[in-house]
Design a protein around this ligand. Structure first.
Ligand code: ADP
Length: 747
């Protein structure tokens, strides 16, 4: 348990340090310190020298009086220090009236000063004994303050505004502020050298509580104060007050010092004539009587001291404040005086404005102590929390830094040994560059970022590294946001279809209708076409034609005999050699989000023990579900709704019901003999001729030959076999042409 003595010792020590530092620190903040600071040090040096004979004479008298007298004697030469006042014009850049409060501020502050200038304070009330600087914006108030300082009456009373949001330098009604405020001495005023800063900084030394009685209107301010009232306890130390001879008589009611205070009233009144500010009539308020030996009081005090000590160990700002405070040399009194301790604790804490004003207004010392302890405890909890957070953050940062350095070292060593280049970094760069070029959905981007940071922390030798790398590869291979421009031009579509296929008028018509709808709606998704017909009638090739007509990329895969769901939905990443399903592969291959995917042999879909591929296909094809198709490998939703699916089947009976429901079936029957002839002559023969390399040669197939072929060799409904035979014929022709030496071989 810390003892108050401990703090006294601490305070005294810090004071010794600060006594020398303070003038510098103030000067460094731009204050023009007066010679008073030098005076202070001189005085402190000479303090233990020979005592004033008069003082010695008073030694046996009342001790309090002696102390006051001594202080006045010490403080008095300060008047000389202040004597060369700065020129009012250059005053803007200079501070005025820094007083030696550390050695005897009490002697500078009159005990009774009922008519005083008032400064409203916002959010935090001032507490006796703790310095505070405030800023004043109002030019009138600034003028009055300068005048007060200039004329040697640097006193103001500060009252906190009830409205936290308000920030004024004058008030018009007493209701605007709280009733209890603090009477303070202006230690210095300071105008920033920057001409754009129009405000004035006022350093205050709050001294005692006062209650507001009334606002003094202009002209009503401060007639002379009764001499007796003023002089009893208020030897104002302002120049040119005290000659040593006066010091001796300062305590007598007839002392001439009384005149100074009445001057003070006049000063305020005359300033009020020139400037507009709030002047008040105030009365001193004293604490209610209390028993300093009371157990509750002393226990609360010890607790406050203990909490203070704990906070200082945690919060350096707090420590700084205590040190500054200690330099004011009142610390000793504070740690023994419950009233001052409560004020001190409250002033240090960051309690709310109402809590703090409540403490200021409380004249019962016991309850004030308790309230101060509450706000201080809150401060402690705050400091503890802050401490914890800062430690956590530090720990995190230092761990990260350590990891970083070690990693860099490791890289360096590996590079030296030629074990590894910076391949991983390059890889990550590449992935990032790829991802940058894509328009990944937010969700995918998040996964990507996670995986990249995972990869950065993995050792290339780890098996997990390859898994992550492959995954990132796939993630950046999907053409997020890339689409080919669709072409809904009907004439073009018609010519493309005619170019590729003979006949099939119904089918072509249906496809043109489909393109027309696409033109009107701007999209053709939501429809699944299914061509049903015998083999070789052109189901697959017409699918390809549609892709060409619409300007889409084409991808084909067959699901005949497929039993494994993973073919469509992909494997989970945990499997060795895991791969995404066919659709994701298709997207990777075609590099657009809107290809035409042809699913062949949908009527021959198998059903294995590894789940039902039909259900997986359903998820893929269903326009309701395929906006967020979830591939097991990718594990992020992939929008396949822009893909145009076309299926082919030989018979519709074996197509799973739910799938068939979602499809639009287009039937292609077999070809008649003359159709076959036309197809052979117009399409198959020229293709076969070209593929045999006989473009320039005079080799033709006659209609009769085609008919004979169709009749005797190719009797199926499709034309695949016919195509094969025609190709066979052309190959044979090619052999003959080469053998006879008619044609030159291609270069
Ligand atoms: P399927 O998928 O129905 O089994 P394909 O689409 O593979 O049949 O067709 C086999 C071959 O027949 C292809 O080379 C195709 O060009 C040709 N073919 C089929 N029908 C026609 C047609 N009406 N006009 C031109 N060629 C055709």
């Amino acid at each position: 348990m810390p003892s108050p003595q401990h703090y006294n010792a601490l305070g005294a020590k810090v004071y010794n340090v600060l006594k020398w530092r303070q003038p510098q620190s103030i000067a460094s903040r731009g204050f023009q310190t007066s010679s008073l600071w030098r005076k202070q040090n001189d005085d402190s040096d000479g303090k233990n020298k020979k005592k004033d004979p008069e003082e010695e004479q008073n030694d046996d008298d009342d001790k309090g009086r002696r102390r006051r007298s001594a202080r006045r004697t010490e403080g008095e030469p300060a008047a000389e220090g202040e004597a060369p006042r700065p020129d009012p014009l250059t005053q803007l850049k200079r501070a005025v009236g820094v007083a030696d409060y550390a050695q005897g501020q009490q002697s500078f502050i009159p005990d009774n000063y009922p008519k005083v200038m008032m400064l409203p304070i916002t959010r935090r009330p001032l507490f006796p004994s703790l310095y505070k600087s405030i800023q004043v914006q109002d030019p009138q108030v600034i003028g009055a303050l300068k005048e007060l300082v200039e004329r040697g009456e640097p006193y103001v009373a500060t009252f906190m505004l009830k409205d936290d949001e308000k920030d004024v330098d004058r008030i018009t009604s007493m209701d605007e502020v709280h009733e209890i405020g603090v009477f303070s001495r202006i230690m210095s005023i300071y105008v920033s050298p920057n001409p754009e800063d129009k405000h004035l900084t006022v350093a205050l030394y709050p001294w005692r509580r006062v209650r507001m009685k009334r606002i003094l209107e202009n002209g009503t301010g401060a007639p002379a104060i009764e001499a007796g009232e003023a002089t009893a306890e208020s030897p104002t130390a302002e120049p040119p007050a005290a000659e040593p001879s006066e010091v001796a008589t300062a305590d007598s009611p007839e002392a001439p010092a009384g005149n100074e205070v009445s001057d003070a009233g006049t000063v305020l009144q005359s300033i009020q004539d020139d400037y507009s500010f709030t002047a008040l009539e105030v009365e001193n308020v004293a604490d209610e009587p209390y028993d300093a030996k009371d157990a509750t009081v002393s226990a609360t005090m010890s607790e406050i001291v203990s909490v203070l000590r704990e906070i200082t160990t945690m919060n350096p700002m707090f420590r700084e404040q205590i040190h500054h405070f200690a330099s004011a040399q009142v610390s000793k009194a504070v740690f023994e005086n419950p009233s001052k301790l409560a004020d001190f604790a409250a002033a240090l804490s960051s309690g709310s404005s109402s809590e703090l004003q409540d403490i200021l207004s409380d004249l019962n010392v016991t309850t004030r102590l308790e309230k101060a302890l509450v706000v201080l405890k809150k401060e402690l909890m705050n400091a503890q929390l802050q401490n914890k957070i800062s430690k956590d953050v530090e720990a995190k940062i230092s761990k990260r830094q350590r990891d970083f350095y070690l990693m860099e070292q490791l890289k360096g060593i590996k590079r030296e040994l030629g074990l590894e280049s910076d391949g991983k970094d390059k890889l990550i760069e590449q992935f990032k560059a790829k991802a940058e070029a894509l328009q990944m959905p937010v969700e995918v981007k998040r996964v990507f970022d996670e995986e990249v940071s995972k990869l950065a922390h993995l050792e290339p030798a780890a098996s997990e590294f390859n898994v992550t790398r492959n995954y990132l590869d796939w993630l950046t291979q999907i053409p997020w946001g890339k689409q080919s421009i669709e072409d809904y031009d009907l004439t073009r579509a018609k010519s493309v279809l005619d170019e590729d296929h003979y006949g099939l008028e119904d089918v072509k018509q249906r496809i043109l209708e489909f393109v027309a709808v696409g033109k009107l709606r701007g999209a053709v998704q939501g429809k699944i076409l299914c061509f049903v017909g015998p083999p070789g009638v052109g189901k697959t090739s017409i699918g390809k034609s549609i892709a060409r007509a619409l300007g889409r990329e084409f991808f084909r895969f067959s699901v005949g005999g497929l039993t494994d769901v993973a073919e469509i939905k992909g494997h989970r990443r945990t499997y060795v050699g895991a791969m995404p399903g066919k659709v994701v592969q298709a997207l990777k291959r075609v590099q657009t989000e809107n290809p035409l995917v042809l699913i062949d042999e949908i009527d021959k879909l198998g059903r294995g023990h590894q789940g039902d591929p039909a259900s997986a296909l359903l998820e893929l094809l269903d326009p309701e579900q395929n906006t967020a198709f979830l591939d097991h490998y990718m594990d992020v939703p992939v929008d396949v709704s822009r893909v145009l699916f076309v299926c082919t089947a030989n018979v519709s009976d074996t197509i799973p019901g739910p799938l068939l429901d979602r499809m639009e079936v287009i039937r292609l029957s077999g070809y008649l003999a003359d159709e076959k002839r036309a197809i052979a002559q117009k399409y198959l023969a020229p293709q076969a001729k070209e593929s045999a390399g006989l473009e320039g040669a005079n080799v033709e197939i006659t209609d009769g030959a085609v008919d004979a072929l169709a009749r005797a060799y190719c009797r199926e409904s499709g034309v695949r076999n016919l195509k094969k035979h025609i190709e066979k014929i052309y190959r044979k022709a090619a052999l003959k042409v080469v053998e006879s030496g008619i044609a030159e071989p291609a270069p």
